[in-house]
Design a binder for this molecule. Structure first.
Ligand SMILES: Nc1ncnc2c1ncn2[C@@H]1O[C@H](COP(=O)(O)OP(=O)(O)OP(=O)(O)O)[C@@H](O)[C@H]1O
Ligand SMILES: [Mg+2]
Length: 451
């Protein structure tokens, strides 16, 4: 399959058809020539990845009727109409009904190609959006661990294989990669799911409190220990103990933890009583505990004891193919939560998804999706883009069109997206304003004030 955007080009004038097709080919498109509307409709489905350019005046089915049929097939398939002298009012009407644009014959090549490029880009985004939505729907089955990249498929396979065993597991990955999700799945998918899933962050507590939290204590075991306390280890017996940020566990606690893992018993502080326990330990670390640099702070024997099975979750930037899928999932979830529309994928969003490195991984992506849904995310406009605002060439009406769009964008920007203010600044009626937004494809919410 070729990567070129296919274009259905419909015109009853054979010479013009050929000439236009040539221009499109030179510009890198893949035109399919149709002599009448019926030929264009033949085999056309809403999965068509390209756009349609049609003459208006044709014998039999004219361009407007063709447009009407295509619109019923797929309202998001861009149709560009080629109009002759005197057809302009009709074409304007068609645009109000949803046609993408019109080009008046005879047209300047550059104007046509620009129009086709924009339409093709729009179509590409629509198709990509639908693909992601589809995938997101399927992804729900993978919940709560979404991802279709080989790395994620492997991770899920491993999880299924070991969930039902009692083996202790070390989960490693950068912040926000899903370590806690994996730990809770090991619990939920295993035979211990009826027991407790007890989580403890080893980095968040001072040493003595951490120890009494883990092992429990008798009254008077240390200053301040007034009541007896059952430790998390005992509490997790029959279930799963999740030791988060194990790399921050103090060395002395590590010694005792090693004993728990090896003997499967616990001795609460202030007692000589040994209590047997039956638990699975899942530990999570952001760093590679096996690295020589860890030797000063993390015991090698504990590392080897934990390292029987290690599940390492790759950072998001190493599984980029999951980014779109995850974004859509989080955007739809946020839309439901905030009672907003799920946002359509725009070029700036797509660019950000593609180019950003996601140091905060899935958590950062989830927050990004929420900001997009709330309309508080703004694409940074690069210097290059500012200088390439395409106002320079084309016919006078074209340039005026682009100039108008630019003025509206600028005004929206300076008014922080406020409609009332923008309308006042532009001095045009509200209806005209909205019509223009639609015609220029300007999305007001993209200009809403930053939070
Ligand atoms: N593959 C995934 N599919 C769906 N949601 C995910 C996935 N991975 C992570 N998440 C979500 O991203 C957020 C962060 O995940 P989690 O808390 O498990 O990360 P973590 O690795 O424990 O991070 P930290 O090291 O900062 O504690 C959570 O809201 C989680 O539900
Ligand atoms: Mg975590």
């Amino acid at each position: 399959m070729s990567d070129l955007t296919p274009i259905l080009l419909v015109d009853d004038d054979r010479d013009l058809l050929k000439a236009t097709a040539q221009t499109l080919e030179l510009a890198g498109f893949e035109p399919k020539l149709c002599r009448h509307g019926a030929e264009a409709l033949d085999g056309l489905t809403d999965a068509f990845e390209g756009i349609v350019i049609s003459d208006v005046r044709m014998p039999g089915m004219d361009g407007l009727e063709l447009f009407d049929r295509i619109r019923r097939l797929d309202a998001e398939l861009p149709v560009i109409l080629m109009t002759g002298h005197g057809d302009i009012p009709m074409a304007v009407q068609a645009i109000q009904n949803g046609a993408y644009d019109f080009i008046a014959k005879p047209f300047a090549t550059e104007r046509m190609i620009q129009c086709v490029r924009r339409a093709a880009e729009k179509r590409r985004l629509v198709i990509e959006n639908r693909r992601l939505k589809d995938a997101a729907r399927q992804a729900e089955h993978g919940l709560p661990l979404i991802g279709r990249t080989p790395a994620m498929e492997r991770l899920r396979d491993m999880l299924r294989q070991i969930a039902d065993t009692d083996v202790d597991v070390l989960v490693t990955g950068e912040t926000g990669t899903g370590k806690e999700v994996v730990a809770s799945l090991l619990h939920d998918w295993g035979r211990r799911s009826k027991g407790h899933f007890v989580a403890l962050n080893c980095g968040a507590l001072p040493e003595q409190i951490l120890e009494s939290e883990l092992f429990g204590h008798e009254p008077g075991a240390f200053t301040g220990a007034q009541k007896k306390r059952v430790g998390r280890i005992e509490h997790a017996s029959g279930g799963t103990l999740f030791l988060d940020e194990i790399e921050s566990m103090p060395l002395s606690t590590q010694v005792q933890m090693l004993r728990v893992l090896e003997m499967r018993e616990v001795m609460p502080l202030g007692t000589n009583e040994i209590r047997p326990i039956d638990l699975r330990v899942v530990a999570a670390a952001k760093v590679d505990l096996g690295a020589p640099s860890q030797r000063a702070t993390f015991r090698e024997d504990l590392y080897y004891r934990l390292n029987v099975v290690t599940l390492s979750i790759p950072p998001l930037r190493e599984r980029r193919d999951d980014v779109g899928l995850l974004f859509n999932h989080f955007a739809e979830r946020a839309a439901r939560r905030f009672n907003r529309e799920a946002p359509a994928l725009t070029a700036p969003i797509e660019r950000h998804l593609r180019d950003h490195d996601w140091p905060g991984n899935v958590r950062e992506l989830a927050h990004f999706a929420e900001r997009v849904v709330l309309g508080v995310w703004h694409a940074p406009i690069s210097e290059a883009e500012v200088h390439h605002m395409p106002l320079g060439d084309g016919s006078l009406p074209d340039r005026l069109e682009r100039f108008e769009a630019e003025i509206i964008r600028e005004t929206l920007k300076s008014c922080g997206g406020d409609v009332q203010q923008t309308i006042a600044a532009l001095g045009i009626p509200r209806k005209t304003f909205y019509d223009k937004l639609q015609r220029h494809g300007i999305v007001r919410s993209e200009f809403a004030a930053r939070d």
